[in-house]
Design a protein. Structure first.
Length: 485
């Protein structure tokens, strides 16, 4: 995280501001009045930032993006205010942590240790004394706490309108999901609710959900589209995600999933063609990944393969929703297409799992979905024994997994899928980061990685599972900043 100090020329006024902050917002927060006909509200045009000196990058909206140490700005052509922006090191020391769970592949644990963070990056892990802590560093005494990497939710459907509470009773009576889908429920029901909500409302709902998962320790989140189900509606969702990505506390990873279901009233082949010829070319401007629901009654193996091959042409990294309700050969498809991950995998066959290992395709298992639907769980032990890396995710969606907490997911995996504590913790940290191509800077507590942490006031991580229904005191840190406590 990079910061600057805005110094108002001719005064002693200084404002600390994070790089990327809107300049007008920073000034108003610092109670700096801006001479303009709108009173600094940003509507008359005079409040826009204009550079008058310095070689640097600047956006039309006046974001603070700079290469050098110092620049002078003015307000929209008129020399109304001058201010200088300087680099400022933001230092944080988490001192005397009882146990640091590094969450590397060796599952290293450091006891009675500390973490030194500078500008949002981990600089050192080890013993520190008062004499070698910089005087201007923020120091937090973490005695009595354990520290884990910030949780990574690598499979969610967080952007949607409405809920599916009316289907809940049907599920409790055992009505199959595909039968609910045929009745116009399921994904199609959420599609109608999502299309009927305006963009401002969808953005508001998404921000509320992100706040909830942040409080549960999730500092990075993958979000799929899939409730627009037309190129235009999907693009609207992608635009909202892009907007939220730029202002959310969490790192947001965007996945295009136009192939989530076939919308009612649209011929099947016409919809598939619209994904290939319109949706995917459009999505490459917003998304990093492309996912598809490969399942009987949804998209067949061949249809899924055709769509994902087109996505690869547009440099979208493929993912596969596979084998959730039946063996749809989705695991083999993930191997064949070179997907980064295969997700659900409840009915995946051994051949497909072994092929996934050949190309290091990650398995993303979603135990909260099986729990909520009272259905079969993926065979995590079989998948692990074949050497496939296992990530865990909430699969948050309004119909089959209205779950916000990765710790809840981990508990279900521990008790119902016979995974051990080491594997479930790696599943929501390092392996989850691998499933979204972020393992180089997220998912473990190592020098040079981003300073994302969740600290729990417990003697040992086993207590998080032993007291399985207890909400422990926690601190969530994102890029070296406390964002929840």
């Amino acid at each position: 995280m990079e910061y600057g100090i805005i110094t108002i020329k001719g005064t002693e006024k200084k404002i600390v501001v994070r790089k990327g902050t809107d300049l007008l917002t920073a000034l108003l927060r610092g109670k700096i009045l801006i001479p303009s006909s709108c009173g600094g509200k940003g509507v008359c045009g005079r409040c826009k930032v204009k550079i008058i000196n310095g070689d640097f990058i600047s956006e039309p909206t006046g974001k603070i993006n700079y290469k050098e140490n110092s620049f002078v700005y003015s307000i929209s052509g008129e020399i109304a205010l001058y201010f200088i922006i300087n680099f400022l090191k933001m230092m944080l020391v988490l001192k005397n942590i009882d146990r640091i769970y590094i969450c590397d592949d060796n599952f290293t644990i450091k006891e009675n240790s500390s973490i030194y963070v500078e500008n949002g990056v981990i600089k050192k892990i080890g013993k520190v004394t008062d004499s070698n802590i910089p005087s201007d560093a923020r120091v937090i005494n973490c005695e009595g706490y354990v520290c884990l990497p910030g949780f990574v939710d690598c499979h969610t459907h967080l952007i949607y309108g409405g809920d599916r509470i009316e289907e809940f009773g049907l599920k409790l009576k055992g009505v199959p999901y595909l039968e609910i889908l045929k009745r116009g429920g399921g994904i199609i029901s959420t599609m109608r609710n999502t299309r009927g909500a305006d963009s401002e409302k969808l953005e508001q709902l998404l921000m509320q959900r992100l706040k909830i998962i942040l409080e549960q320790g999730t500092t990075t989140c993958e979000i799929k589209t899939g409730y627009g189900l037309s190129p235009d509606h999907e693009e609207r969702l992608l635009k909202i995600l892009q907007k939220v990505k730029n202002k959310a506390v969490q790192d947001i990873v965007i996945t295009y999933m136009g192939a989530h279901a076939v919308p009612e009233g649209v011929p099947r082949q016409r919809y598939i063609d619209s994904i290939i010829y319109e949706g995917i070319p459009m999505a490459m401007g917003y998304a990093e990944f492309c996912d598809i629901f490969c399942e009987r009654g949804v998209f067949s193996y061949e249809e899924s393969k055709r769509i994902l091959k087109e996505a690869v042409k547009y440099r979208l990294i493929p993912k596969v929703h596979a084998d959730e309700l039946s063996d749809s050969k989705g695991a083999y498809l993930a191997f064949e297409i070179g997907a980064i991950s295969c997700e659900h995998m409840v009915y995946s066959n051994l051949k497909g799992i072994r092929k996934m290992k050949e190309k290091d395709v990650k398995a993303v298992l979603l135990p909260a979905t099986s729990f909520f639907l009272r259905k079969k769980f993926a065979n995590a032990i079989k998948i692990k024994n074949e050497g496939v890396k296992i990530a865990l995710a909430t699969d948050h969606n309004p119909g089959t997994s209205p779950c916000f907490s990765l710790l809840t997911v981990s508990k279900i995996a521990l008790f119902r899928m016979n995974m051990d504590i080491k594997d479930v913790l790696l599943g929501i940290t390092l392996n989850a980061a691998r499933a979204i191509n972020r393992e180089q800077r997220l998912g473990s507590i190592e020098k040079g990685k981003q300073a994302d942490f969740v600290l729990f006031k417990v003697p040992d991580v086993h207590y998080l599972f032993y007291n399985f229904d207890f909400c422990f005191k926690k601190i969530v840190i994102k890029k070296g900043e406390i964002v929840y406590s």
